[in-house]
Ligand binder design. Structure first.
Ligand code: HEC
Ligand code: HEC
Ligand code: HEC
Ligand code: HEC
Ligand code: HEC
Ligand code: HEC
Ligand code: HEC
Length: 329
């Protein structure tokens, strides 16, 4: 008897708690038909599948004596940097970020993991320094190649850009699926399939709880409040910016992230589509705003350039924007 119990327990542990997004297709067609193709669904790609690397067969950048090149050979890409005398050249396996703003590469060299010093930026369709790398100049070929990542860095990178495989601090590439898949947000669903275990109902989250849930990756209010940055560099951290707005009410569902964004679809880029979200609280009175009656977000949620990102981010600190006012950080 004991033997059987032992066997059952062991096999339950051996099986993955994840079912994979494809397993959701039959019952949740609506979400499955769009979510896997969103930028979040592609937040990490294998180099072989990466559109940017396919369509830009050769990318290069010169920084002082160092030259960096990303070159395509068949369905493989290689990342190399040279100082003229020595060269580091490695296969490029992992492309982080779909590249709406940019794309950064995570590379393995001599048993260590590195974040590439160069990233691809969509706006300039070429390479430039990776965000965060602007602050220092390389003193060696290794430094010109990339930033050596700690175990924690590797873990965090994959935890925010992929699904499964990051339960322990050491990333299990064999258990990881690239991109933010269903089960990253909803939790492992194998038991939901095999024994119809109910899934947590995310639509029941309050504005504050939702902000925390999305903030696990988009950064929470408290992370930024405590650790900064307290300047324009926090414009991309929506939970922080939104919480600082007068519109924010931690208990009001109308200001939840999902009130304005369907996480299963590409972000809506038509400004007028958000008007109803504003008017849900502000009412449709013609006296509401002296200036305009539509496209509210274009003025009250301005798109601001993030230095070094070659990209403008939408400021979620909803407010009256006055000319020449300093950035409310
Ligand atoms: C055989 C059909 C079936 C499959 C396959 C299936 N589900 Fe479900 N799912 C259901 C049903 C029925 C419900 C509603 C009852 C419940 O809440 O358990 C549900 C509810 C849910 C909910 C809660 C929705 C809410 O009300 O907030 C989530 C989230 C969810 N499923 C996610 C998934 C994910 C992720 C997968 C794939 C890994 C998946 N489901 C696969 C049938 C299925
Ligand atoms: C597991 C980490 C993770 C979680 C949780 C997460 N996101 Fe994201 N999100 C990302 C990453 C990574 C990107 C960047 C994707 C890219 O462009 O490569 C992103 C991009 C986005 C975008 C821009 C995509 C576009 O279509 O332009 C929106 C909008 C977004 N997330 C909303 C949300 C909302 C709302 C939630 C909570 C319901 C959420 N995210 C939760 C990681 C996450
Ligand atoms: C705490 C979660 C988190 C960690 C850790 C993280 N990212 Fe991200 N990353 C995000 C989110 C959320 C976005 C989308 C919002 C944004 O652009 O700020 C994003 C966006 C990106 C983008 C730009 C994608 C685009 O075009 O919009 C790149 C490139 C990127 N991450 C690379 C990395 C790399 C490489 C690492 C590890 C060194 C890493 N990220 C670590 C959450 C994370
Ligand atoms: C970025 C996070 C994220 C990802 C990825 C994600 N979801 Fe969701 N999902 C949510 C949130 C948040 C809600 C609640 C939305 C709301 O408040 O209206 C939700 C709601 C749902 C619901 C309930 C819908 C309803 O109408 O009640 C189902 C079912 C569901 N998701 C299935 C999926 C499936 C299947 C996938 C993968 C194909 C997936 N989700 C991927 C965040 C996510
Ligand atoms: C009142 C509506 C509203 C709410 C609430 C809201 N957003 Fe947005 N969000 C927008 C608008 C408008 C855009 C710009 C869309 C466009 O033009 O591309 C946007 C864009 C984004 C983007 C794309 C990157 C960028 O800066 O343009 C991300 C990521 C995002 N929102 C995440 C979130 C998260 C996470 C939350 C919850 C903390 C949230 N949003 C709450 C209106 C909202
Ligand atoms: C959850 C309800 C809610 C939503 C959704 C909402 N607001 Fe507000 N908003 C408020 C409240 C409450 C105030 C504060 C009113 C006061 O202090 O008199 C406010 C204040 C404002 C102000 C004045 C801010 C200031 O600096 O004085 C502007 C402008 C504004 N909202 C625009 C918008 C726009 C544009 C949207 C949509 C993108 C929006 N709001 C969405 C509730 C909301
Ligand atoms: C062309 C830019 C623009 C657009 C579009 C716009 N606003 Fe405004 N709004 C402003 C400016 C500027 C002010 C400050 C007016 C002043 O000097 O008092 C303002 C003021 C406000 C206020 C504060 C009113 C008060 O008396 O405190 C609210 C609330 C507001 N707008 C909401 C909205 C909403 C909702 C929409 C969309 C239906 C919208 N706005 C569209 C520029 C705009």
């Amino acid at each position: 008897m004991k033997c059987v119990v032992f066997f059952v327990t062991l096999s339950a542990f051996a099986e993955s708690p994840y079912a994979g997004s494809a397993a959701c297709a039959t019952c949740h067609r609506a979400q499955f038909s769009t979510q896997p193709r969103t930028p979040m669904g592609h937040a990490l790609e294998r180099a072989a599948d990466c559109e940017i690397l396919r369509t830009h067969a050769r990318l290069s950048f010169k920084e002082g004596i160092y030259s960096t090149t990303i070159a395509r050979e068949g369905d493989k890409s290689f990342y190399s940097v040279t100082d003229g005398a020595r060269t580091i050249r490695v296969p490029l396996d992992w492309a982080f970020g779909l590249g709406l703003a940019g794309q950064t590469y995570v590379l393995q060299y001599q048993g260590e993991w590195y974040e590439s010093r160069m990233s691809f930026y969509n706006e300039i369709a070429s390479l430039d320094l990776t965000m965060g790398a602007q602050g220092y100049r390389p003193h060696s070929l290794e430094e010109a190649f990339g930033r050596k990542m700690s175990i924690r860095d590797q873990h965090d990178c994959f935890a925010c850009h992929s699904t499964g495989g990051t339960e322990t601090m050491e990333v299990r590439l064999d258990k990881m699926t690239p991109g933010v898949q269903c089960e990253n947000c909803h939790g492992p669903a194998a038991a939901h399939l095999t024994s119809r275990a109910p899934m947590p109902k995310l639509a029941k989250l309050s504005a504050e709880e939702a902000s925390e849930a999305c903030g696990r990756c988009h950064r929470t209010w408290s992370q930024i409040a405590l650790d900064g940055p307290h300047d324009i560099r926090n414009v991309r951290f929506q939970p922080y910016r939104l919480t600082n707005s007068k519109c924010y009410d931690s208990a009001d569902a109308r200001i939840r992230c999902a009130a304005c964004h369907d996480p299963h679809r590409d972000v809506e880029t038509k400004s007028s589509a958000y008007d109803a979200k504003c008017l849900a609280c502000h009412g449709a009175s013609s006296k509401l705003c002296k200036v305009a009656t539509e496209n509210c977000s274009t003025c009250h949620m301005p798109k601001l350039e993030l230095p070094g990102a070659h990209h403008k981010f939408t400021d979620h600190n909803i407010r009256i924007v006055r000319a020449h006012e300093p950035y409310p950080s």
